[in-house]
Design a protein around this ligand. Structure first.
Ligand code: SF4
Ligand code: MG
Length: 317
């Protein structure tokens, strides 16, 4: 899949109009039922573009996204917009400040005709209980809640339409660490109970490790490594993953400072380096890396990695 850059990023980069720039390029990715797929990478790498594409807020310039075999941009399944729900970082902007929590939930239930009108109050009560909010929350406005409670309302609203896939883009990034854990654990609990599939985009690597079954590492709009979360976090293969993951404070002293530090600046998406897009920052780069773009390939006993030296690196670990 290939995506044009979002307008905000385009403005920030002062891109010249008419030039085709991709925020994501050649990304091929599967999301399996019931899993949590974490997506990590530096800011501006295309994580949000990917997340927004799943709910059709961004349209790819080429490529397809299939849901149960149907292209979501061409001929989506009729209830696609209900079955895939997105939750955002900032509930201030995603919750209408003039509607009570009860009205917000009632609106979602009504628009999607989730139940008979006379069942709406009972369903709101169930949803509040599901996200562990008190019943009197229904009568309050968003500003009367804490940040963590507002995210619970956002989760309740998403769940009100009985989705199968939740897309969480920096869902808890604006919250205090202790509150983050509560909201994330609630999400994991709900996932188990309701059999949800989650795409979890976050820059907080510890959080992603905690919630994800699989993780995709994105660099300049390309997946450079994808695999089982524990394996990727414990022994990342791609030099970018190694540097990115080593930049995160580890709780395990054995893992601290093992890999290389991330050097240099993220190149502009307007000017993606030739060959391996990471070669300007890679401590292992060779002549070949400057010329030839490595494909994402399976590495024995690991996930898939886009690096010419992936076998050598994995064998040396
Ligand atoms: Fe580094 Fe070369 Fe691997 Fe790219 S292909 S990550 S430059 S070793
Ligand atoms: Mg983002």
């Amino acid at each position: 899949v290939r995506f044009p850059l979002g307008r905000s990023l385009m403005d920030r980069l002062q891109g010249r109009p008419g030039r085709v720039v991709s925020a994501l390029n050649g990304v091929t990715l599967e999301l399996f039922r019931g899993e949590t797929l974490g997506v990590v990478g530096e800011s501006g790498c295309g994580k949000s573009t990917l997340a927004r594409a799943l709910v059709r807020l961004n349209t790819p310039s080429s490529g397809t996204i299939l849901h149960e075999g149907r292209d979501i941009f061409v001929r989506p399944e009729i209830s696609y917009h209900r079955r895939v729900q997105m939750m955002f970082q900032d509930p201030h902007s995603s919750l209408n400040p003039r509607m009570t929590c009860g009205q917000i939930l009632a609106e979602a239930l009504t628009v999607h005709r989730m139940c008979n009108p006379d069942r709406v109050p009972a369903r709101i009560a169930e949803l509040l209980e599901l996200v562990r909010l008190p019943q009197d929350a229904a009568g309050k406005l968003p500003h009367q809640f804490s940040g963590g409670q507002r995210q619970r309302i956002a989760i309740a609203r998403a769940l009100s339409v009985e989705p199968e896939i939740l897309v969480a883009d920096e869902l808890v990034s604006a919250l205090d660490v202790s509150v983050q854990a509560q909201v994330v654990n609630l999400l994991l609990d709900l996932q188990q109970r309701l059999g949800l599939t989650i795409l979890f985009v976050a820059h907080d690597l510890r959080l992603v490790r905690h919630v994800s079954n699989r993780v995709a590492v994105i660099y300049l709009g390309r997946i450079v490594e994808i695999g089982d979360s524990e394996s990727v976090f414990r022994m990342p293969v791609h030099p970018y993953s190694r540097a990115l993951l080593s930049a995160a404070p580890s709780l395990n002293p054995d893992e601290r400072g093992k890999a290389d530090r991330l050097q240099g600046e993220l190149p502009s998406p307007l000017n993606i380096p030739s060959g391996c897009p990471f070669h300007l920052r890679c401590p292992l780069a060779t002549e070949r890396c400057k010329l030839e773009r490595p494909a994402l390939r399976p590495v024995a006993g690991r996930g898939e990695v886009a690096c010419h030296l992936s076998e050598e690196i994995a064998n040396a670990q």
